[in-house]
Design a protein around this ligand. Structure first.
Ligand SMILES: *[C@@H]1O[C@H](CO)[C@@H](O)[C@H](O)[C@H]1NC(C)=O
Ligand SMILES: *[C@@H]1O[C@H](CO)[C@@H](O)[C@H](O)[C@H]1NC(C)=O
Length: 300
């Protein structure tokens, strides 16, 4: 778990203000939610369990005993800010995983994950995040949430630019993975990604370490998605990005890093809601942590 430090105490002191400030700054401006998930995604697995509603503006992905379901973006992107609203499976969701991620595919794939691990009724979801670069992941960070993710839609965001990858929940930063290529840590920067949303059964490990299995009597398990936005993300068409007005204010995400307030907020999240950090798991790394955990620039 976390070591309290003066820095973190300061973070706590300003946390409330920071959350408000962070969300505000993040949302004002260039968000442009696409009106149709149907237009942006194809169901590539479990098609019959992907139900588009409200003229394609909402999609419900269902897990039943036969199959889950996965959507894949029609476009590929090289850098972007991706927002998606998700309302998770209510009630007993043990054994299920609902996800939103970007992934390149291929042997040396890059990937950034939001994975929501379900739980029995009344017990909290766990948010499992990971970053793969050049085929290597094992960079897990897990969080509990400060709200009920099944009661309403919340906005989950992946910001990916050449400087860093930042994960946000409702505009609050929860994780950053900096570009530390200068220190020999591969950073996703060369391969375009698809955006994915899915639901599947992972009862072997998802809930309470795999002790609780999926209760199929409770099926079908349904998660809802809406308001996908790839903003002015760089759409990949072969070698160049199409129509990317990357110099304009509407693509400010391209150079976005965490400012002071955002760092404070991130610290507040880490201190209060982080339940696992690979960079703090001494049992797993008895002979020293991975480079990005050690080099000062990679530390939070
Ligand atoms: C948002 O996207 C729609 C559909 O792509 C487009 O018609 C509209 O002009 C965009 N609005 C802004 C403010 O960029
Ligand atoms: C489920 O609930 C238990 C008990 O509160 C908790 O330890 C666990 O982290 C929760 N989440 C998952 C995915 O197991």
């Amino acid at each position: 778990m976390l070591r309290a430090s003066l820095w973190q105490l300061v973070a706590l002191a300003v946390a409330a203000a920071a959350v408000v400030h962070g969300s505000d700054a993040y949302y004002r401006g260039d968000n442009n939610h696409s009106s149709s998930l149907h237009g942006d995604f194809d169901a590539v697995w479990g098609q019959r369990n992907a139900r588009f509603r409200d003229e394609g503006r909402v999609v419900e992905l269902t897990l039943d005993e036969e199959t889950g379901s996965r959507l894949q973006s029609k476009d590929r992107y090289l850098f972007g800010r991706f927002d998606l609203d998700i309302k998770l499976v209510p009630g007993d969701s043990a054994g299920t995983i609902t996800s939103f991620y970007i992934c390149t595919g291929g042997a040396r794939h890059d990937e950034v994950d939001f994975e929501f691990l379900g739980n029995v009724s009344g017990e909290p979801y766990l948010l499992h995040t990971n970053v793969f670069s050049d085929g290597k992941g094992e960079r897990e960070q897990q969080f509990v949430l400060w709200f009920d993710p099944t009661a309403d839609f919340h906005t989950y965001s992946i910001l990916w630019n050449p400087l860093n990858i930042i994960l946000y929940i409702d505009g609050t930063p929860i994780r950053v993975f900096k570009n530390n290529e200068a220190y020999g840590v591969p950073f996703p920067a060369r391969q375009p990604v698809h955006v994915f949303a899915s639901i599947w059964n992972a009862e072997e490990w998802a809930t309470q370490g795999g002790r609780v299995k999926t209760d199929w009597a409770r099926a079908p398990f349904v998660a809802a998605y809406r308001r996908f936005s790839a903003g002015n993300a760089c759409v990949w068409r072969g070698r160049r990005c199409r129509g990317s007005n990357l110099g304009s204010p509407s693509s400010s995400w391209m150079t976005q890093k965490l400012d002071w307030w955002s760092w404070m907020t991130l610290n507040w999240v880490r201190m209060n809601y982080m339940s696992y950090d690979y960079c703090a798991d001494r049992r797993r790394y008895p002979h020293g942590f991975p480079t990005e955990c050690v080099i000062p620039i990679g530390r939070v």
